[in-house]
Design a protein around this ligand. Structure first.
Ligand code: CUV
Ligand code: SF4
Length: 628
């Protein structure tokens, strides 16, 4: 196998990752970095977005610079090929978030119908608030009826019955006019994804710009639709996050306990696993085989979901998922869907670790499939925990190595919790922004990518921004990075600028606020809508920006595009596969400014990225008549 020429020190800055990379090497276990080395160099046509396999007259490799193969067999040129590929890429990401949101919707409906034992409405106030927001009269309706009515309402957002999604009401009026003018107002969540597949079939939409605008509409259907519904309903069903202090990194695994890692994205399965692991009867069974207890820890976005609401420790982010198994201390990985590397099944089989898949739509051959439904989830969760206890008896103590001590981080900053921390309204934050104590707010989100130094751009960027008095909000895999870097406790304020430190100390906030998982980026959109309305401006006028510095997934592309289409400049550490088209690249980096008032910025260097973001924030501040 080809080897990555980078040293372990270059791959990751963290002690837990380095120790496990060395152990993997010793034990002959291949990781994502080894496979990347094998795949490098990548196909240059694919890298630039210039391959097409959308029909069997092809596949085609389009070479816009010629002399040969300037067009695909059907006549598609490079611009069209790149646009069609990018459109589908975004639609896949939007579909993933939204299909996850739909699962919460089905859960809410079943709770209303009384067919989901073990699930319940845990935030009844939020249910009432949401009903009121979308115009459902709640007087005379009990919680189950409210749940059914709200589910009914949101099911229509997925279909084709409305001219616009209902939660677009959270966007400022000016923003909605911009969307209307660009024909980018999302109508139905599923509709926009399906329409993208239709448009990009051979011989449908042949205008690259038109495809890109529909990509924006599809992405907006994710951010203000599928993801936003997913977030709100998760809060209703599992509780709206409240501030808490929790632990992170591989040190959260316990040598003396049954370790279960929950992985994927949806809280529907992981919440049940957690409940089963906390069941005294299960704990007694674990003790009967010699374990001190049952320890549940999270990976990736499922990890963020249960961290935010239940204080479950976070074992690691995307690039740590394989390495977590290399500790030899994990009895079970329970996965729902998305970002679950298929390699985990192979790595699990090198140890006593059981890999359990739970979703009908995400099967992993070689693992154990325990299919969870809303009806059987409680029983299946107990079954899973029993299997984990059984696996504990097969653990090889000689191969166990749990590196590092856990770090602490603050979590739980839902918009409700942020407003509460500020004393009930956004006014103190707005006041701090106006006088320049806080110069702006930046969302740093998204994944890891083995092409980039693990967590390096994420933490480098965050440190630069907070030093410049810019408040950072964080979601997804970025969370673990910031936590490990010590930026998510009030001690992190030592690294912040004077103004930001003063503001945060006054309200007992860390300089980097954890607002949730990837679907919870919708909280950031809603917060931007709220701040813009409070100032009587558009989102594009706010001193805010977004960044997905180490992104890898289709979902991250959808997030980036809905942020830009919402008027938020978005930084990426590496570009999507669009560089084969000057037209599409130009649109992403410049042209979208004229349409949506924001663009993408691509910059792998965190300091330079921070400069670009800071310049943008200064420009927005000056335009609002504030000091720079
Ligand atoms: Ni949804 S999308 S690697 S788990 S953030 Fe993590 Fe987050 Fe990216 Fe995936
Ligand atoms: Fe080739 Fe056109 Fe078919 Fe794509 S759609 S594979 S470019 S012929």
């Amino acid at each position: 196998m080809a080897k990555d020429t980078r040293t372990i020190e270059e791959l990751s800055p963290w002690e837990d990752a380095r120790r496990m990379l060395a152990k993997a090497k010793d034990e002959g276990i291949a990781t994502v970095w080894d496979r990347l080395a094998e795949q490098t160099p990548h196909c240059t046509f694919c890298d630039q977005g210039l391959t097409c396999n959308k029909c069997v007259m092809g596949p085609c490799r389009v070479n816009p610079k010629g002399p040969k193969r300037q067009l695909g067999v059907c006549g598609a040129d490079g611009d069209l090929t790149v646009a069609r590929n990018f459109g589908r890429f975004v639609a896949a990401g939007a579909a993933s978030h939204s299909d996850h949101g739909r699962d919460l919707l089905e859960a809410l409906e079943s709770v209303g119908q009384g067919t989901a034992p073990g699930y319940a409405v845990r935030d009844a106030d939020k249910l009432v608030r949401l009903c009121a927001e979308v115009g459902i009269e709640t007087k005379g309706l009990d919680a189950p009826d409210q749940a059914k009515a709200l589910a009914e309402h949101f099911f229509e957002d997925f279909g084709t019955r409305r001219p616009a999604l209902s939660l677009l009401s959270r966007a400022p009026k000016k923003r909605r006019e911009i969307w209307d003018a660009a024909r980018s107002t999302p109508r139905g969540i599923d509709r926009e994804c399906v329409e993208m597949l239709h448009r990009t079939h051979m011989g449908v939409d042949c205008d690259p710009v038109s495809i890109c605008l529909h990509a924006a509409r599809t992405a907006l259907a994710d951010g203000w639709g599928g993801s936003m519904i997913g977030t709100e309903l998760s809060d209703i069903l599992f509780g709206t996050p409240r501030p808490a202090t929790v632990e992170a990194n591989l040190g959260v695994l316990r040598a003396d306990s049954v370790n279960i890692l929950v992985h994927g994205h949806s809280p529907v399965v992981s919440e049940m696993i957690l409940a089963a692991a906390r069941d005294p009867e299960m704990v007694a069974k674990a003790k009967a085989v010699g374990a001190a207890g049952i320890n549940v820890a999270g990976l990736c976005c499922t990890g963020n979901e249960v961290l935010m609401r239940q204080g479950v420790p976070l074992a690691g982010n995307h690039l740590m998922t394989e390495l977590a198994l290399v500790t030899g201390a994990v009895e079970m990985v329970v996965a729902d869907y998305q970002c679950v590397m298929p390699s985990l099944v192979q790595i699990a089989s090198c140890y006593h670790t059981r890999f359990v898949s739970t979703s009908e739509k995400a099967r992993f051959p070689g693992g154990t499939h325990l299919e969870f439904t809303l009806e059987n989830a409680r029983d299946k969760a107990h079954e899973a925990v029993e299997l984990a206890i059984e696996a504990f008896t097969r653990r090889d103590a000689g191969r166990v190595d749990i590196p590092s001590v856990p770090v602490s981080l603050r979590t739980g900053y839902s918009n409700e919790a942020v407003l509460e921390a500020l004393g009930g309204s956004a006014e103190p934050l707005l006041a701090a922004i106006k006088i320049g104590l806080v110069r702006g707010v930046v969302g740093i989100v998204g994944c890891n990518n083995p092409k980039l130094p693990h967590d390096g751009i994420l933490t480098g960027l965050a440190k630069e921004l907070i030093r410049q008095d810019i408040l950072v909000v964080v979601t997804g895999c970025a969370t673990v990075a910031m936590g490990k870097a010590g930026l998510m406790t009030t001690e992190g304020l030592e690294q912040a600028g004077v103004g930001l430190a003063e503001f945060c100390s006054r309200f007992d906030l860390p300089p980097v606020l954890h607002v949730g998982s990837c679907v919870d980026n919708s909280r950031i959109l809603a917060l931007c809508g709220l701040l813009a309305d409070a100032l009587g401006v558009d989102i594009a006028d706010l001193p805010v920006a977004a960044s997905a510095p180490e992104w890898y997934s289709e979902k991250a592309a959808a997030i980036g595009l809905y942020a830009v289409a919402s008027g938020i400049m978005t930084h990426l550490g590496l570009p999507p596969n669009i560089l084969g088209s000057e037209l599409v690249t130009g649109l992403a980096l410049e042209g979208l400014e004229d349409v949506f008032g924001a663009t993408f910025v691509v910059e792998p260097d965190p300091v330079k990225a921070a400069e670009a973001i800071s310049r943008r924030i200064t420009a927005k501040r000056l335009a609002l008549g504030l000091n720079d």
